[in-house]
Design a protein around this ligand. Structure first.
Ligand code: SF4
Length: 459
């Protein structure tokens, strides 16, 4: 086990036995399951729509190199600027350099999983940029200096009472505010930030090759408020968000908000930006920072790259029994849950080996995935790749092969005493069996011996 794996294992044990945490996760799971079926029933033929969506995303894979250049050309023709970032470090620096060149001191930011992935907020804070998160759930998490625990319900691990107490400390309000009052406080704090912002940083759901458009969905209106007044708009987006045509969003956008469980309907706002706003009030500049950060490596993996068709609807982790036990923070990944587990393989053995254990192969996620991604199969493939890379497994593999050969032949098994068989079995499964299970007990006599003695006594 890697050093990272050992620490991770301790964290998992700690959180998995925290009954308060489990209660919160359970409430979240029950809520999702209550409405999930109803969400899918909004379609007359959901399966047809799923296969359409999958084909659109796959088509983008085939022509990625050409489509990315098409996007860049069209976006620049629309008046925007494109920067290419190879990794997280470059992405953070590029965003900072733009802010610094444009002398933007006050920045508002909207929810972006990629920003979490590259560690943008801590980086900008370190550089003394005054940056405020405007997504309500993420805003709450930042009051605790925590990253969001879940892409769709960032603050699901906090109770209303906990939030009210923190708001009281931070903003000097009463410590017994209800949910509506807490929202009013949040809006008041954020409204001041929107008004004074020089720059806005957003993510994007999709970037469109044939028009150079940026497509952003949201359910709070904070994206619109953020970009409305800011002179500089920076869009931080992964190259995997590319789609071939603007027509494709009629299929992809409704599916991406299929499980918007808070409303049981599609997201409230879709924004399509095709260039900087230019009118009597705003003379805007818009930059797209296109980030690779191992996405090209993922594209090279013929099977696992299917995860890049993910449209981040949030269903897989909402139903996953593993996620619903340990929560999002343990995954050490911006996108926690099954998707994050698969994505991590592109970061190499050290980063992904321990995460690959986080699946019980129950296949629940696949039933709900609107992109028909065979999630548990892909996690299994990660495990195979990891096992091949793990040099420490070589000795184990030899022992395993030796024992397997013996187990396959009953005569060989009968030659040895039951305690030797038990020892071998223990060796074979001790890692996966875990400390909370009792080892199966071998009978003192084998089936052949019992059969023989039975026949002898009959004779
Ligand atoms: S198959 Fe694995 S990843 Fe999918 S829901 Fe089950 S445990 Fe979670």
């Amino acid at each position: 086990m890697t050093e990272k794996g050992a620490i991770f294992s301790q964290n998992v044990k700690q959180i998995a036995f925290d009954s308060e945490h489990l209660k919160k996760m359970r409430a979240r799971y029950d809520f999702f399951m209550c409405v999930a079926e109803e969400c899918a029933n909004h379609y007359a033929n959901i399966e047809l729509e799923k296969s359409r969506a999958f084909n659109i995303r796959n088509k983008a894979f085939k022509y990625y190199d050409k489509l990315l250049v098409d996007f860049e050309t069209n976006f620049m023709n629309n008046g925007g600027t494109v920067r290419w970032a190879r990794d997280a470090e470059e992405a953070k620096q590029m965003v900072y350099n733009i802010l610094s060149d444009e002398k933007a001191k006050n920045v508002v930011k909207t929810k972006s999983i990629l920003a979490e992935e590259v560690g943008l907020m801590p980086y900008l804070e370190m550089k003394k940029v005054n940056v405020t998160e405007t997504d309500t759930g993420d805003f709450i998490c930042y009051q605790y200096n925590e990253r969001p625990s879940d892409p769709s319900h960032s603050a699901a691990h906090k109770t209303k009472t906990e939030i009210a107490e923190t708001y009281s400390e931070k903003f000097g309000v009463n410590n017994d505010l209800n949910a509506k009052q807490l929202m009013t406080v949040t809006r008041k704090v954020l409204n001041d930030k929107y008004l004074n912002a020089n720059a806005a940083i957003t993510g994007a759901d999709f970037i469109v090759a044939d028009t150079g458009d940026i497509v952003i969905s949201e359910d709070e209106g904070n994206v619109l408020k953020s970009v409305a007044k800011a002179k500089i708009h920076i869009v931080l987006v992964g190259i995997d968000k590319l789609i071939p045509s603007i027509d494709d969003i009629s299929v992809l956008l409704p599916l991406s908000s299929l499980y918007e469980v808070t409303k049981i309907k599609s997201k409230s706002y879709f924004t399509i930006i095709n260039g900087p706003a230019k009118d009597e009030f705003v003379n805007q500049k818009i930059y797209v920072v296109l980030v690779d950060n191992n996405r090209s490596k993922m594209l090279e993996k013929e099977q696992q790259r299917r995860i890049m068709t993910c449209i981040e609807c949030g269903a897989c982790h909402s139903v996953c029994p593993v996620f619903n036990t340990i929560g999002g923070h343990v995954y050490e990944n911006a996108f926690p849950g099954p998707v994050g587990v698969i994505q991590k393989i592109a970061d190499g053995y050290e980063e992904s080996a321990h995460l690959a254990t986080l699946c019980a192969s129950c296949h629940q996620c696949e039933q709900y995935c609107p992109m028909n991604i065979k999630i548990s199969d892909l996690i299994l493939r990660n495990r195979v790749e990891i096992a091949k890379e793990d040099g420490s497994l070589l000795g184990e593999r030899r022992v395993f092969n030796f024992i397997m050969k013996r187990v396959e032949n009953r005569k060989d098994m009968d030659k040895t005493k039951e305690f030797i068989n038990r020892l071998e079995l223990k060796q074979l499964i001790k890692k996966t069996w875990g400390v909370h299970h009792e080892m199966p007990v071998f009978p003192e006599k084998s089936f052949s011996e019992l059969w023989r003695s039975m026949n002898e006594s009959e004779e």
